[in-house]
Design a protein around this ligand. Structure first.
Ligand SMILES: Nc1ncnc2c1ncn2[C@@H]1O[C@H](COP(=O)(O)OP(=O)(O)OP(=O)(O)O)[C@@H](O)[C@H]1O
Ligand SMILES: [Mg+2]
Length: 405
């Protein structure tokens, strides 16, 4: 909404999230990725190596993001043309099922053909032909060489060679006998490919990356270190330096064209146990003006985490045991006890945040999980007493919980 002259001048305010392990930094990124209809890439800062060393160079994150964006736009577009592609695929399938006679036809013959075509269409739509086999032409282009190159880490080269070979090799097709249903799926894919204008897709995708792309740089603390010793640390600082221009705004060459990074939002996250944000090189610190600190989780947070989200642990275990025909029921007091125990063990030993819930739950239910196949049809109630019985001893014996929970 800002006047155009100013629009370009306003850069996104990059964020550093600081918080102890297991408070949900990465989880936030994952959720954000799902919610935001923006191209979103999460990558560990530790994956990168300094330019000149073997490994991923930092520019690859922009290439990955572009790739992702192209796929995203392509998927949207193919959903849009889906209806049309289905209709066209149906016609092609009917052509295959009912080969046209080459000889000129009388009007009567033509009408008869039309009727039988419609008859077959009805049968097909009702799924009656699903088991029948038809012969279709599929493109056959396996390029084993490419894989060797892409594993070598020479991404730039890989990119060019892939395109080169892709265009060089003639498009081979071969005939395959498949079931009608499979043929239909294949033809839909083919038709929708024809309906999608790739140039437009790429243009839109690049624009999205540039205007609303988000890169989540996880484990940023792992590349922060002040002690300028020798060895791998030297290269860590190099990575930080390599990241600078990308965060600030530069142009990266991707196989879809040039991508400007000026307006991409960067969110960095780290526990910063061993290091502090101030251990990052000053230039990098300055490029992340917003600092967010995440508090350690409380018992109440645990309660919500274990019960509320779609992937809540309680729901996970219930679903897992349901596959064995076992119904698992948790009493409210039992859940409270679980969170209480998780909290205490975090205090007694190491604070590993919500991940403690995983270890506690696993221990709590290992007997049930193990014997589940024999409990088919049973209903199991997890009561507060059961929790105490299974886990109580860990609260008394610190050493034990260090090993087991
Ligand atoms: N605030 C939260 N809300 C919901 N679930 C959470 C929350 N915090 C943690 N969890 C759960 O705990 C797990 C671990 O959290 P996550 O991976 O986000 O930790 P982290 O902060 O990235 O830790 P680390 O610094 O070790 O990478 C998540 O997969 C999620 O199931
Ligand atoms: Mg994490």
């Amino acid at each position: 909404m800002i006047p155009k002259e100013l629009r370009d001048e306003i850069a996104p305010k990059n964020i550093i999230m600081i918080g102890p392990t297991g408070v949900g930094k990465t989880e936030i990124a994952r959720r954000l990725a799902k919610l935001a209809n923006a191209p979103f890439l999460k990558i560990e800062a530790t994956k990168f190596t300094e330019v000149g060393y073997v490994g991923r160079d930092v520019e690859s994150m922009i290439r990955d993001l572009s790739e992702l964006s192209v796929n995203m736009v392509k998927k949207e577009q193919s959903e849009e043309v889906m209806e049309k592609a289905r209709l066209m695929a149906e016609e092609r399938l009917l052509d295959i099922l009912l080969p046209q006679r080459k000889t000129p036809r009388t009007q009567e013959q033509e009408e008869a053909a039309d009727t039988s075509r419609e008859k077959i269409r009805v049968q097909f739509r009702a799924g009656k032909l699903n088991e029948r086999f038809v012969e279709i032409e599929v493109s056959d282009r396996a390029l084993p060489i490419i894989e060797i190159f892409s594993a070598s880490g020479l991404e730039e080269m890989d990119m060019q060679i892939r395109d080169m070979f892709g265009n060089m090799l003639p498009k081979k097709t071969k005939k395959r006998k498949v079931k009608v249903k499979e043929a239909f799926e294949y033809l839909i894919q083919e038709e929708s490919k024809k309906l999608i204008d790739m140039d437009k897709v790429i243009k839109e995708a690049i624009e999205r990356v540039e205007q609303s792309g988000i890169i989540f740089l996880d484990e940023i603390d792992k590349i922060a270190s002040r002690d300028r010793t020798h060895g791998p640390d030297v290269s860590r600082e190099g990575v930080q330096r390599d990241i600078l221009p990308i965060v600030e705004g530069t142009t990266v060459t991707t196989k879809y064209g040039m991508v400007k990074t000026d307006h991409i939002l960067f969110i960095a996250a780290g526990a910063f146990h061993m290091s502090k944000p101030s251990d990052l090189i000053p230039e990098l610190q300055g490029r992340f003006p917003i600092r967010v600190e995440l508090d350690s989780l409380t018992k109440d947070d645990f309660y919500r985490i274990i019960t509320e989200p779609e992937n809540a642990l309680i729901k996970q275990y219930r679903a897992l045991l349901e596959t064995e025909g076992v119904e698992l029921e948790f009493h409210k007091e039992a859940i409270e006890e679980i969170t209480e125990i998780a909290q205490k063990i975090n205090e007694m030993t190491e604070n590993i945040g919500a991940r403690r819930l995983y270890t506690v739950m696993e221990k709590l239910l290992d007997d049930v999980s193990f014997s589940a196949p024999d409990l088919n049809g049973r209903r199991i109630e997890i009561t507060r007493e059961y929790v105490m019985e299974k886990l109580g001893e860990f609260l008394e014996k610190e050493d034990l919980s260090r090993y087991i929970l």
